[in-house]
Design a protein around this ligand. Structure first.
Ligand code: GTP
Ligand code: MG
Length: 446
């Protein structure tokens, strides 16, 4: 039987295992009847009510606090009940089984939040922020998820949607008066309003890129010729001996991954085999994997031995790097060359061995990622960035069409597409397929 919004759903909302308190959550049209069956009465709305939780024969399964939230002023927008009992897996299972016996269906992951979205309690970006807040890996990420949950992204998107609606009205008015269409468009200052819209979308893209970074982090591949000190630098950045370091060139063969937090920015470091021509099949495979990692990186840290400087080897590596990839050039082993640590002329001088200059590298990485760590951030997903970028594309096409004197019907179509694309963020225009993908990544009971 397919899931229906008419189902009353139930789930254990606290994590599996033992705890002081465990919560079973119920939502849907049958909630009040279920409360009467389990509690013997309907608790007063939004009041903590102590009660025994009764089994089928009237026996006490557990006792605790019941909270009844009548819809629509509840998390899901429906009648909901929370039963807070003792936090043991068996006792919670008994309570959940009782709910299922009374006709509830076990909730899918994220189904409570999905219902909140379907009932208009949250928009899609806010619903995603609920999951992001739960999964936040740092205090900064948690604060930013909170801002998204409060609607920082949604407000901006809605303001842009309104502006797009206003523009569509003007352009579509011109459609009704084909003889005067150019004048109408000029009078309505469509071109200027489109330019303004482009600027606002670009600003939002920059903010969302920051937010996506905070959520997903920066993938940084450490590359360079053998013995430059790549593994030593990884160890220095993660503050432990994660990688094997020896004086023998060609020590690292496998790809090694470590994640550290730079003031809340997740930095995913990848140490790779030194890049050079080699006849050794094991080393060749390591080098092949190193290049595969570089292809997928957000940025590359090119490590150079300062005593040797950049030579033909580095020139060959640079020539093969993907053109769009940012390269951060680091000269290592300055404890041997006596160079001053820090940034000079686009190069970062440091010593992985004694640590001088490494703080400058950390600062540089944050700046490189465009990470300000400011309070104004909202947590965004790649999905949001992607939708914003496509919206910017439609607006740009509309501006081009207008500039070459194309008819209003072309401009109107581009604006319609822009509005539809932008609406994907808050869920105004979203396919069931997209919704399914988003909510299935939630935890059960949320
Ligand atoms: N003096 C000095 N030696 C260093 C420094 N960094 C690394 N080394 C030494 O350089 C040698 C190579 O270091 P690794 O970190 O293994 O170099 P790698 O680039 O990972 O080398 P492969 O894995 O072979 O590609 C080791 O003997 C390190 O102790 C440094 O800052 N100063
Ligand atoms: Mg190494």
């Amino acid at each position: 039987m397919a899931d229906s919004p008419e189902d009353t759903i139930a789930a254990i909302a606290t994590p599996p295992g033992f705890g002081g308190v465990g919560v079973v959550r119920i939502s849907g049209p049958n909630t009040a009847a279920l409360a009467r069956a389990i509690l013997g009465r309907l608790p007063a709305p939004r009041h903590a009510t102590y009660a025994p939780f009764l089994g089928e024969q009237g026996e006490t399964l557990d006792d605790g606090i019941a909270l009844f939230f009548p819809g629509p002023r509840s998390y899901t927008g429906e009648d909901t009940l929370e039963l807070q009992g003792h936090g043991g897996p068996v006792v919670l299972d008994l309570l959940l089984s009782r709910c299922l016996a009374l006709g509830c269906r076990a909730a899918r992951p994220g189904e409570f939040t999905e219902r909140a979205f379907l009932n208009g309690r949250l928009d899609l970006a806010q619903a995603e922020a609920v999951a992001d807040l739960i999964e936040a890996g740092s205090a900064q990420a948690a604060r930013s998820a909170r801002r998204a949950l409060e609607g920082a992204l949604s407000h901006e998107v809605n303001a842009l949607l309104d502006a797009l609606t206003g523009l569509r009205v003007s352009v579509e008015a011109a459609l009704d008066f084909p003889d005067e269409d150019v004048d109408i468009l000029r009078e309505a200052q469509v071109q200027a309003r489109l330019a303004d819209l482009s600027g606002r979308i670009d600003r939002l893209i920059r903010g969302a890129a920051q937010g996506a970074l905070l959520r997903e982090g920066l993938r940084l591949v450490i590359a360079g010729r053998p013995n430059a000190g790549k593994s030593s630098l990884l160890n220095r950045l993660v503050r432990r001996e994660a990688a094997i370091v020896t004086h023998i060139p060609g020590t690292t063969r496998d790809v090694l991954r470590e994640t550290v937090s730079l003031d809340g920015l997740p930095l995913h470091l990848v140490d790779t085999a030194g890049l050079r021509e080699s006849d050794d099949p094991v080393e060749q495979e390591g080098i092949r994997r190193a290049w595969a990692e570089i292809e997928a990186a957000d940025a590359v840290l090119l490590v150079v031995d300062d005593a040797l400087g950049e030579g033909e080897e580095e020139a060959a590596i640079r020539a093969r790097l993907p053109g769009h990839l940012p390269v951060i050039c680091v000269h290592n082993k300055i404890d041997l060359t006596g160079r001053v640590p820090g940034k000079q002329g686009g190069v970062l001088y440091l010593s992985a061995q004694d640590g001088q200059g490494v703080d400058s590298l950390r600062e540089h990485l944050k700046a490189q990622a465009g990470f300000s760590g400011g309070e104004g951030l909202f947590l965004a997903r790649r999905r949001h960035l992607d939708a914003l970028t496509r919206t910017a594309g439609h607006v740009a096409t509309a501006r081009d069409a207008l500039a070459v004197g194309a008819g209003p019907e072309l401009v109107a179509e581009d604006l319609r597409l822009a509005q539809e694309t932008l609406g994907e963020i808050t869920g105004r225009f979203s396919s069931d397929d997209l919704l399914g993908r988003i909510f299935s990544t939630f935890c059960i009971g949320k």
